[in-house]
Write a protein that binds this ligand. Structure first.
Ligand code: F6P
Length: 552
């Protein structure tokens, strides 16, 4: 059944006409308990969703929609290892990587948990050896630099978490994340390194991603040039992959290959051996606490009634704006500096999952799916693009994320930070009406003519929705829960839109064409069959490259 034919969807369409003209300012004025009514707590995470353009009826209808879409069944299908990633014929079991229940997790009748635990144990042992300086390089020195070579899910998750858990990290090892095939990335990184004390982690689920493979080869060439010791590769290169054979062929020692499985999507893989940089950085206990936080969120997601279920509520609010208000975007605005890679991480998690126009039956969807995710550290964004949030012509729902307690070393910093979070939420919601703006200008003693001219610019319509996710501190457990919260939110939306959130066919075409164009760039012939723009660009580039060669 298509989503529009669900009775809840139809009811929401009608209901939208009632809600669209309402101003949140009035909704707050009418209900002194709006905050209590529209906020939820899970462990130390508070989700305040009261500053949304919703009424109690909106939430009832959205939850009815989730029921009509049989969300409960989909959740069980995922946790039970059904192949819900139907286009790749794969189960979706990243939740097994953080399952502490002692219950079997079955995939085609076989319990995968012993394998999951064994591989985690192996990779944690390596991490502990590196951290404790027992893992020695070719010249007997401990590791000072870890370079993760990977891209997308094989980079963004570990990079984001390593940054987020900086206060928990070992600080005498530096971490570098090389993803771009642009030589500048690897060369700039290598410049500051000593081969004898560097550990390279080649992270690639497929072990065929061209960017990663080329960067890994360049790193290995550099290592051999610096050390002249080919036996040393086994002390300095490890791999994380689902393709053991390819890693062996690359020359990685069998002992140094750590496995992930095809039932873990790249963008959902930081919980697996892909999390090796995190394990080295924060150690076993903190890594397990991260998993534990996610596990608790998984249990909450699986068992809490939809009305009290954080991922479900966040997802439904997203659907409300995406499909009824026709919002195109969703801003992710962490106010915690350590979460500075969180928006980038979520861009992949959300857009690669739900950026799809073909539904589970192979038909073109008739309702819009995943929004454009963008974001930045909130404070920086305030001084950069909040103008558009406040007075632009687009509706941009935003999530604020902030820790109630920070280091507490210099209290004033945190108070000012918090005041900004609260102020922005209030300002976006309330706005400033004409009477208020006028009164302010009058109080400045502005002459009447100037006042009238300036007045329109000083008015804020308000009624801009935000969720505030306020947690106690950004510790490993809470971070794990927050990531899982968004993972499940994405899944719920995929269920509502009837799309498969776990494949990514949309990345293929560009890769295919790049391979063909690479051959053309290598050849002296003019470019082959392309549109005139692409051919023009290729030929222009080749002429420039040729001139550069001649100039040498
Ligand atoms: O091209 C997209 C993608 O396949 C992502 O889904 C994935 O996270 C990334 O590339 C890296 O893939 P791999 O881990 O196989 O190198």
């Amino acid at each position: 059944m298509t989503v529009q034919s669900q009775s809840a969807w139809k009811a929401l369409k009608t209901h939208f006409n009632d809600v669209a003209p309402l101003h949140m300012r009035d909704l707050f004025a009418q209900d002194s308990r709006r905050f209590e009514n529209f906020s939820l707590q899970f462990n130390d995470i508070l989700l305040d969703y009261s500053k949304n353009r919703i009424t109690a009826e909106t939430m009832q209808l959205l939850i009815r929609l989730a029921r009509e879409r049989e969300l409960d069944k989909w959740i069980e299908r995922m946790f039970n290892g059904e192949k819900i990633n139907h286009t790749e014929d794969r189960a979706v079991l990243h939740v097994a990587l953080r399952d502490f229940s002692d219950q079997p997790v079955r995939l085609e009748g076989h319990d995968i948990m012993p394998e999951v635990r064994a591989e985690r144990q192996r990779v944690l042992e390596l991490a502990e050896a590196v951290r404790s300086r027992r893992w020695l390089g070719v010249t007997g020195q401990p590791i000072t630099d870890v370079v993760n070579i990977g891209i997308g899910g094989s980079s963004l998750g570990p990079e984001m978490v390593t940054a987020a858990l900086w206060p928990y990290a070992i600080h005498d090892i530096r971490f570098h994340f090389v993803s771009n095939v642009d030589e500048n990335h690897i060369l700039d990184t290598l410049e500051s390194l000593q081969a004898e004390t560097t550990l390279f982690i080649v992270s690639s689920k497929s072990f065929t991603t061209q960017d990663t493979m080329l960067n890994a080869q360049t790193a290995r060439d550099w290592f051999l040039k610096c050390t002249g010791n080919s036996d040393g590769v086994s002390r300095h290169f490890v791999a994380v992959t689902a393709n053991r054979q390819a890693a062996l062929q690359f020359g990685i020692d069998v002992e140094n290959i750590f496995l992930m499985w095809d039932w873990v999507g790249g963008r959902y893989s930081l919980w697996s051996a892909i999390g090796l940089p995190i394990m080295i950085s924060v150690g076993r206990d903190n890594f397990e606490a991260l998993l534990h936080g996610a596990y608790e969120m998984d249990q909450h997601f699986r068992t809490a009634p939809f009305e009290k279920n954080l991922p479900v509520i966040l997802a439904l609010l997203g659907v409300w704006y995406n499909n009824f208000f026709q919002a195109q975007t969703q801003a992710i605005l962490p106010y915690d500096q350590h979460l500075h890679r969180f928006p980038a991480y979520l861009q992949q998690a959300d857009m690669e999952s739900n950026g799809k126009y073909v539904d589970r039956q192979g038909n073109k969807v008739t309702e819009t799916t995943g929004p454009v995710i963008f974001g930045e550290i909130g404070i920086a964004a305030q001084h950069a693009f909040y103008q558009l949030l406040h007075q632009g012509t687009k509706l941009i729902p935003a999530d604020f994320l902030v820790a109630a307690r920070n280091r507490q070393e210099i209290k004033r910093h945190h108070r000012i930070l918090m005041s900004n979070v609260f102020a922005q939420g209030e300002a976006l919601m309330k706005g400033k009406n004409e009477a208020e703006a006028r009164a302010e200008l009058e109080a400045l003693g502005m002459d009447a003519e100037k006042l009238e001219k300036l007045l329109p610019y000083k008015i804020f319509e308000g009624n801009k929705p935000t969720n505030t996710i306020l947690f106690n501190t950004l510790n490993p457990e809470t971070l794990g829960a927050l990531i899982a919260l968004y993972e499940h939110k994405i899944f719920v939306q995929g269920v509502i839109w009837n799309i498969n959130s776990f494949d990514q066919w949309g990345v293929e075409l560009g890769k295919q064409l790049a391979v063909r164009i690479q051959d053309e760039l290598d050849s002296s012939e003019t470019a082959g069959e392309h549109d005139s723009s692409t051919r023009g660009l290729i030929d222009y580039y080749k002429r420039m490259a040729c001139k550069e060669e001649e100039g040498r």
